[in-house]
Design a protein around this ligand. Sequence first.
Ligand SMILES: C[S@@+](CC[C@H](N)C(=O)[O-])C[C@H]1O[C@@H](n2cnc3c(N)ncnc32)[C@H](O)[C@@H]1O
Length: 350
Amino acid sequence: MLSKRKINKIKLLNNKKDFRLDKFIELALFSRNGYYLRKKPIGRKFDFITSPEISQMFGEIIGVYLLYNWKEKINSKFNLIELGPGNGTLFKDIERTAQIFPNFFKNADVNFIEINKELREIQKKNLKYFRQSKIKWSKTLNFRSKLPSIIYSNEFFDCFPVRQFLNVNNHWFERYVKFNEIENKYYSINKRVISKKILDYLNKLKKQNIYEVSYSRNKYFEQICKYLKKNRGICILIDYGYYKKLKNFTLQAIYNHKKTSIFENIGQQDISSHVNFNELIEIAKQNKLQINEFVTQRDFLIKYGILERKKKLLTKNSNLNKNLLDEEVDRLINSERMGNLFKCLIVSNL
Ligand SMILES: C[S@@+](CC[C@H](N)C(=O)[O-])C[C@H]1O[C@@H](n2cnc3c(N)ncnc32)[C@H](O)[C@@H]1O
């Protein structure tokens, strides 16, 4: 856990009064002492494991999808942009898949958008076999290039801070955060919503007593859509999320593989929320992008050949452990495991 001194550093920014939940999450994740700037979170040994870390087949299927779209619809110089590459595992699997078709990487300007300095170093180390000069790292997306782009991400959009609203007896409240000086810890309070713009929106939500929104996530995605509209390209994002109305808030904190309160272990634990895909799809439509796919991870991986790929791997290499491969694929596509919770959204202007 962060020392009292470090908690106070986060607190000092807002010590006078209560502040919004998204501001708290932003500080807990992205401030100097925040989780994403100081922890190495991803992998079997660490806080959570992601799909590319579970199986190489995940990245191979995405790789084939990217290759096909580039060949059919771009076939010239382009930006290949990964958002939040983690350990670089997804890229490694895509890069290996693309070896059958060298023109893909010959034409690619590779950009990694990564906020975590330690993860940037891990990516460099894990990908040192790749011609480093061709990968550019940045903390934020820049929209200067005029080339068409292929942008992809896995578990990136769930990292954005959210705001939460709830309706009690026909009055809308927003969740805020306060610091208790005596107990030296944070707690949440509800404040009446007074913004007319927000109230107008909330009042239009039919039969919905809660609303969770990440304005920063929506804005980030909107910038991507505008960029694709202007310069052509495709965006493939995979994340856990929902499409229909929410029954419960989705904000969660994970520490040592267990769910905890967002107010504990500040700076040491992951805080995430499910992506509202309905809103992302609306943003893509408003920007006149085509919605190529919106499916569950299960349907995406099966449609683009994960079962055939597993068979091929087993036929090609008799040393592979069939039970292990079965388990990996099951974890990715089983509806009770990651299969349904994770969704794949693909939007394009190609
Ligand atoms: C949950 S991890 C997923 C990593 C990887 N995509 C995978 O599937 O294993 C989120 C990644 O996004 C990065 N990240 C989170 N928010 C970011 C932001 N706003 N800008 C840039 N990188 C961010 C994290 O540091 C991390 O690399």
